[in-house]
Design a protein around this ligand. Structure first.
Ligand SMILES: Nc1ncnc2c1ncn2[C@@H]1O[C@H](COP(=O)(O)OP(=O)(O)OP(=O)(O)O)[C@@H](O)[C@H]1O
Ligand SMILES: [Mg+2]
Length: 412
């Protein structure tokens, strides 16, 4: 899945290897002229004394490990292609093994190393954002950044990030990649609940509001126990301050997930993340990508297609992923579709908050536990050939799908 990127201004920095941005850089585009940071009476926005992410990052400087390029070359057998585990818009990801931080004789640590393509300043800017946000944020549902490498040499600039390794790839892989086992119903719900808790922390759990801006199934990574962790904070930015409802910025993100008002106007708020969350909820129900060019044209856009099967209608279950083999709770599925619809309200103000989303997902999970005969939610219950119900048949259910192309939205 790819992103579209438009930057209004060029990154003014270049050549420096320390991960620094100006303390106000993330706040330059607060909507309107006012820079008043007084919190609204709702108390939901940052207080006047709230520190910015770069300020918090500076206070914690030293908490991330700084790697040399040589160390990371050794860790990946010189970025051996056989160790490549993924490729995204910013570069390649390798599995590697590093020595423990204390330099002792402890067992090596398995890590994921992302090597950014160094062409283009947005890569550098996003690398800095990733280091600063992940250097500050700390939650069980956010990926752990262990350290970074920044080298500016004769052979150009090198920017790398070293993360805790996530054994079970991404939610995207399990939902859409036919060579990866699918995830059963309750596990899907606990994954999306964990992702929602991570996002609630970003929106509501910090002294600054953090807008993630890139919520999508490929950015929900899964550890060995299928606990979800949100990854990729290169597009994250601080939310509005004072009495502002949004920040204004050139639209960046991933087509198919970005909120319409953000794509149209560049007005960004936490409610843009809520829209993206609604899209992923439907991906989880349907096992279909938000955009899938392999499907008949009427079915390519997931949000358009599901409208034919209203949540309270008799044919609602036609949207459900056939790979679930009918092993799901229909009331819980309806509850989630209703939740998705509210996240996908045209008017951002009508979308729920992330903590409301968390509550509804908890209810859906409880409902599924009550109505389920399989208390474990284990994947084997789906792969058993003797599963009691046959999967629904749906027209145009593609066995494969291809990635959404990187696209840019032209803006003046
Ligand atoms: N910490 C990690 N542990 C294990 N695998 C990872 C880790 N980080 C990334 N990956 C793998 O690398 C793949 C590519 O990740 P990356 O974030 O670069 O791209 P993407 O999310 O697919 O696309 P985009 O660049 O648009 O965000 C992921 O889908 C995942 O399989
Ligand atoms: Mg990603």
């Amino acid at each position: 899945m790819s992103c579209f990127y438009i930057f209004k201004r060029k990154c003014k920095r270049g050549g420096n290897s320390a991960p620094e941005l100006g303390a106000t850089s993330n706040r330059e585009n607060n909507s309107g002229a006012s820079t008043n940071r007084a919190a609204k009476s709702t108390g939901s926005l940052p207080s006047p004394s709230a520190r910015s992410i770069p300020e918090m990052y500076r206070e914690r400087e030293g908490s991330l490990r700084v790697f040399s390029l040589t160390e990371l070359r050794e860790a990946t057998n010189n970025f051996n292609r056989l160790l490549k585990i993924g490729e995204g818009g910013f570069g390649s990801v390798y599995k590697g093994s590093i020595k423990p931080a204390d330099g002792g004789d402890g067992p090596p640590i398995i890590v994921a190393i992302k090597k950014l393509n160094t062409q283009g300043l947005q890569g550098h800017k996003q690398w800095i954002a990733e280091v600063q946000f992940l250097g500050v944020l700390d939650h069980p549902n956010l990926v752990k950044l262990l350290g970074y490498c920044a080298m500016d040499g004769e052979r150009g600039i090198q920017r790398l990030l070293v993360y805790e390794y996530m054994q079970n790839k991404s939610l995207e892989d399990h939902l859409f990649n036919r060579s990866v086992p699918t995830i059963p119903w309750k596990r899907r719900l606990s994954i999306i609940l964990g992702a929602a808790q991570g996002m609630a922390y970003l929106h509501e759990g910090l002294e600054v509001q953090v807008i993630y801006r890139d919520f999508k199934s490929s950015n929900v990574l899964l550890d060995k126990d299928f606990n979800p962790r949100l990854s990729d904070f290169g597009l994250a930015r601080e939310g509005p301050t004072g009495n502002r409802t949004h920040v204004s910025t050139a639209p960046v993100g991933t087509r198919g997930y970005a909120a319409p008002e953000y794509v149209e106007t560049g007005h960004l708020s936490v409610k843009s993340d809520i829209w993206s969350f609604g899209v992923v909820l439907y991906e989880i129900l349907a096992g279909r990508r938000t955009l899938d060019r392999n499907l008949p044209s009427a079915e390519q856009k997931l949000l358009g297609w599901v409208k034919q099967f209203p949540v309270d209608g008799k044919r609602f279950s036609m949207i459900m992923d056939p790979r679930l083999q009918n092993q799901y709770s229909l009331p819980a599925a309806r509850r989630i579709a209703k939740l998705a619809d509210s996240c996908l309200n045209k008017n951002p103000k009508d979308r729920p908050s992330m903590s409301e989303v968390v509550e509804i997902l908890k209810q859906a999970l409880e409902e599924s536990h009550m109505s389920s005969s399989d208390p474990t939610g284990s994947p084997s219950s789906l792969t058993t050939p003797s599963a009691p119900n046959k999967p629904f048949k749906r027209s145009g259910d593609a066995g494969t799908s291809r990635q959404v192309p990187r696209v840019a939205k032209a803006k003046g």
